[in-house]
Design a protein around this ligand. Structure first.
Ligand code: HEC
Length: 450
């Protein structure tokens, strides 16, 4: 289909559109360079996560037919949430107009135009103050050239690393930036702070840096302190909020990677910026809306929902979602005490590859008594292109912190409500597994957890 169109359109253009081309066809220097620079080059550079650069005229012109397909179909730039949820920061999608501009440029023969028509933006970030704390893995770990034995079942490989923060007092972190030594291999990275030494204990039982386990600590999910994804390596809370890290904590990072065919050294670092001592700020807590156990027979689609009611007013700041390639759709809705229903987050085509923390453009108040309803669709079929099970097999797995989980990052309005929120949440999570009795025994097959 596409090929036929490609062949036809230039012909039509020659016959009908040529006379106006001089005035209406966008040019590289005029419009297209700016769009590519803003929406593509961040990832498509030699040091970025994407496999080839998109910076120069040649980079883009030589791949233009393919580029038109991926932008029209919304595959690039990658961005999972639809616009029907609350507005999110750093939205990556192209507008309809930008897509049309790139299309018109391609169909109009990719004119280069005059350089200097727009001045390309300087992509060095100016004026970032020095970090308050910088930590780095002391030793490298080698990412294997090929996937391990669970490759294909767990759609990506993962490894958890434990980095001592050496903090003798609690920290109020307003921003975290993640730096990887292997940008083409490392995908989502999820964070948690552990002041109990649990992760360190697990880590020390395995040789070399890190361990082959999830980054969860007991009832607490990896991602409690957010996660960074491909092309989004920093987490910045709005002014007035902070992640709280208790004294003497380890930063636990669950790193997802995809082997690239070449063994690569992994030596990651994290920079943190704190809220100034004299500033007032509210701690961000993470609430789990989750399904702790799933059982989807071979070839079936399963829809699951989970809901709970907020005990106190909170301000919602963002979300972190978790699920494997069997998960195809998820959404989160708020049912307000006054009867209003608001879609908070909607992901119509989930892909664990592109997950990250999504922060709201503006915090959103959810009053006490709001019912938060999460729903998930799981497709254990051959029609699901990301199903990790080839051949199909029954998908049965359980995890205390949720096989499927949408984490809500929220802040209570004051310290009294904050205490109430924490104890309510802990009670709710601890009662989950007992409340949802499994109908069959989990089998021993490898799970597709994420
Ligand atoms: C957030 C990072 C990111 C951004 C932004 C991004 N890309 Fe990509 N792109 C990737 C990665 C990573 C791949 C490799 C394929 C994969 O990992 O699924 C890729 C692959 C591609 C491919 C090959 C598709 C394929 O199926 O192999 C094209 C074409 C492409 N990108 C074009 C673009 C264009 C055009 C833009 C801007 C409008 C863009 N990308 C923005 C990360 C990005």
């Amino acid at each position: 289909m596409l090929h036929r169109e490609d062949a036809l359109i230039p012909l039509v253009l020659c016959l009908t559109a040529l006379p106006v081309q001089g005035t209406s066809t966008p040019t590289w220097h005029g419009e297209v360079e700016g769009i590519v620079e803003q929406h593509c080059s961040g990832c498509h550079s030699s040091s970025g996560p994407a496999p080839f650069p998109l910076r120069s005229y040649e980079d883009v012109a030589n791949r233009s037919n393919f580029i038109e397909v991926v932008i029209r179909e919304g595959i690039m730039p990658p961005w999972l949430p639809s616009d029907s949820g609350l507005p999110l920061q750093s939205h990556r999608g192209l507008s309809k107009r930008e897509i049309q501009t790139v299309s018109d440029w391609i169909r109009g023969g990719r004119p280069i135009g005059q350089s200097g028509e727009v001045s390309p933006k300087d992509d060095r970030v100016a004026g970032i103050p020095e970090a308050d704390l910088s930590i780095r893995m002391t030793n490298q770990w080698m990412i294997p050239a090929e996937g391990g034995k669970n490759w294909g079942r767990r759609e990506r490989d993962k490894r958890t690393f434990v980095l001592p923060l050496g903090n003798d007092r609690s920290l109020r972190v307003r921003e975290m930036r993640y730096e990887t030594s292997a940008p083409k291999a490392v995908h989502a990275v999820s964070f948690l702070a552990d002041d109990q030494g649990h992760a360190r204990y697990v880590d020390e039982r395995e040789e070399g840096p890190g361990h082959y386990m999830t980054g969860d600590v007991n009832d607490r999910p990896s991602g409690e302190l957010g996660s960074v994804g491909i092309g989004s390596r920093s987490l910045q809370l709005p002014p007035g909020y902070h992640w709280e890290i208790p004294a003497r904590s380890d930063l636990v990072m669950q790193v997802h990677f995809r082997p690239t065919g070449r063994s690569m050294p992994l030596q990651e670092s994290v920079d943190m910026w704190f809220v100034k001592d004299e500033m007032d700020s509210r701690a961000v807590r993470t609430l789990l809306n989750m399904i702790w156990r799933v059982d989807v027979p071979t070839g079936e689609i399963s829809k699951l929902t989970e809901s709970w009611m907020l005990p106190v007013d909170v301000d919602l700041l963002g979300f972190t979602a978790r699920g494997s390639g069997v998960l195809t759709e998820l959404d989160l809705t708020a049912h307000f005490p006054d009867g209003r229903i608001v879609k908070l987050l909607d992901i119509p085509d989930f892909d664990p590859h592109w997950r990250q923390t999504w922060l709201l453009e503006k915090s959103s108040r959810l009053p006490a008594g709001t019912r938060v309803v999460g729903s998930w669709a799981l497709e254990n079929t051959n029609d699901n292109p990301r199903n990790p099970f080839i051949p199909l097999q029954r998908y049965v797995t359980a995890r205390r912190t949720g096989v499927l989980a949408t984490m809500l990052h929220v802040a209570a309005v004051d310290s009294v409500d904050d205490e109430a929120l924490k104890s309510w949440h802990q009670g709710m999570i601890r009662s989950r597994p007992a409340a949802q009795k499994p109908t069959v025994e989990p089998d021993k097959s490898p799970s597709g957890q994420s």
